[in-house]
Design a protein around this ligand. Structure first.
Ligand code: BG6
Length: 495
């Protein structure tokens, strides 16, 4: 039996090793997600957790720190549950880039690993991205990737590289130590329930697929709006900007799920093959043409934020029009936009259908009936809205818009939507890579975003347009749409 086939339920030990264990992500997301899984009884019985970071703490201090920062929206353990859960958590202080320290981690793991069956290990890099390469190299040097005793898997957080070249070199180093099927690259959007439901919606219903193409769809809008500003992340964000932070990963992932062909099975390779086909079909934008296809924005007070250069031209907002050059989507624009400091937090996908080819009902001279829209709300208020026209009672042939709605919180009342990390951690432990990004997928995504970033950096490119906090972005983004004869839609409605 290949070691990768050893199931998580084996008599052996399963250990999750979190490198970067005292960091924000571990405290805010990973540990609360693990604790929530534990409280639901979904965590494997014999899972041990080892946190490794540079802070000098013992097990008790580390557990206390985790309890203090536990996000109760994700996990609300009783004191007994917490005591039980935290007794599985251990801590070791060490520097991931030092072989000596990693050898100590290895002997700590050998102490924790009991039983005479497989000793499975999931290594989670919750580190500053500059540490990914050295960390992977040291895992290799110290024999920690050797999977003769049990499976070894590596989880890498985003950002995976800062451009195509760096993503390639990170993939190369990862592949020099681990096989591709051992590498789990996280995009937490793929762990969101509604994102997965998009696949169910498209492929478990026969009524949408026949109209899911250029013959019936006028265009698609994907919005990921945040009210948050950049908070304490000024230095990181100023080097990153919205295209690297949100487009290369989350927005392009949403696009692939909307545009992909049905895979033959809900299985990692089949799914990811289809997603890669979409990404490779996206028409690349030449840097010199970027002004025709993309609008950069910056919120007005961005340059006053800590860690941001006083003359910074980093975009905190972007709107981009992309085309997928294949049979299904030829000529259908996909409008993507995302920004910080916008009016409300909402992630939604709008499918705007075509107008009826011939209107037989009388309309006033300046009257125009809106075409059908399907709005898919990823967050908050997860659900779907389908808008269509109805006749107003007793009013001749006047029409009015009506909506069919589905809201998760109504349909599954009392059932909280789990945090994305719960699903992703479980899948990684179970070796299911369906919701993780493959090496070629990451590289394709960078090759789409890199030329746009290069275009924004050209001396003749427009500087980011300012927008007020609490607005919907720069007015230029509205003009960009109206030039195409369209408008941004909010929840399926023009604002
Ligand atoms: C992260 C970005 O990947 O996603 C953040 O780095 C952003 O800048 C966050 O705020 C948004 O995630 P969510 O789940 O709140 O939409």
């Amino acid at each position: 039996m290949a070691t990768d086939d050893w199931p998580i339920e084996s008599d052996g030990s399963n250990t999750l090793v979190i490198f970067g264990a005292s960091g924000d992500l571990t405290r805010r997301k990973l540990v609360p997600a693990l604790c929530s899984l534990f409280c639901k009884g979904s965590l494997p019985e014999n899972l041990g957790i080892l946190g490794v970071a540079r802070s000098d703490l013992n097990d008790q201090q580390y557990r206390a720190m985790l309890r203090d920062s536990l996000d109760e929206e994700i996990a609300r353990p009783t004191p007994e549950q917490w005591a039980d859960f935290s007794s599985r958590v251990h801590y070791l202080h060490g520097d991931i880039t030092s072989s000596d320290d990693l050898l100590q981690v290895r002997s700590k793991l050998l102490d924790m690993e009991t039983g005479d069956r497989a000793t499975n290990r999931l290594y989670y890099l919750s580190l500053a991205p500059s540490l990914y390469q050295p960390a992977i190299a040291v895992l290799g040097e110290t024999g920690m990737a050797d999977d003769t005793e049990g499976w070894r898997r590596l989880v890498v957080e985003k950002p995976f590289g800062t451009d195509l070249a760096s993503a390639r070199s990170l993939n190369e180093i990862a592949h020099s130590v681990f096989r591709e099927d051992q590498v789990f690259r996280i995009d937490h959007y793929l762990g969101k329930e509604t994102v997965q439901n998009l696949l169910v919606f498209r492929f478990a219903n026969a009524i949408f697929e026949p109209i899911w193409n250029r013959n019936y769809i006028d265009h698609v809008q994907i919005t990921v709006a945040e009210t948050l500003k950049i908070d304490e992340r000024g230095e990181y964000y100023d080097q990153t900007g919205v295209l690297r932070d949100m487009f290369q990963n989350h927005l392009l992932q949403l696009l692939t799920l909307v545009a992909m062909e049905p895979p033959h099975a809900f299985e990692a390779e089949a799914l990811r093959n289809e997603k890669v086909k979409v990404l490779s079909a996206i028409r690349r934008i030449h840097p010199e043409d970027v002004a025709l296809h993309a609008i950069p924005g910056q919120y007005r007070t961005y340059r006053d934020e800590g860690g941001v250069a006083p003359e910074s031209d980093t975009a905190t907002y972007a709107a981009v029009r992309l085309y997928v050059d294949n049979w299904r989507w030829q000529g259908v624009p996909f409008y993507l936009r995302s920004g910080k400091a916008l009016r409300s937090k909402s992630t939604e996908i709008i499918i705007q259908f075509r107008n009826p080819p011939h209107m037989l009902f009388p309309l006033d001279e300046d009257e125009d009936i809106p075409a059908n829209t399907l709005a898919i709300f990823v967050q908050p208020d997860e659900g779907f809205h389908l808008e269509f026209q109805t006749k107003t009672p007793e009013a001749g042939l006047q029409m009015r818009k009506a909506e069919l709605e589905f809201h998760y919180h109504e349909a599954f009342s009392g059932q909280a939507i789990p945090d994305a990390y719960e699903r992703l951690l479980l899948d990684a432990l179970n070796g299911d890579a369906s919701l993780f990004t493959r090496a070629d997928e990451i590289e394709q995504a960078w090759s789409i975003v890199d030329p746009i970033i290069a275009g924004f950096g050209r001396p003749d490119a427009p500087r980011p347009y300012y927008y007020s906090e609490g607005s919907w972005g720069p007015v230029e983004a509205d003009r960009f749409m109206s030039t195409d004869g369209r408008a941004w839609l909010q929840g399926g409605r023009a604002r």
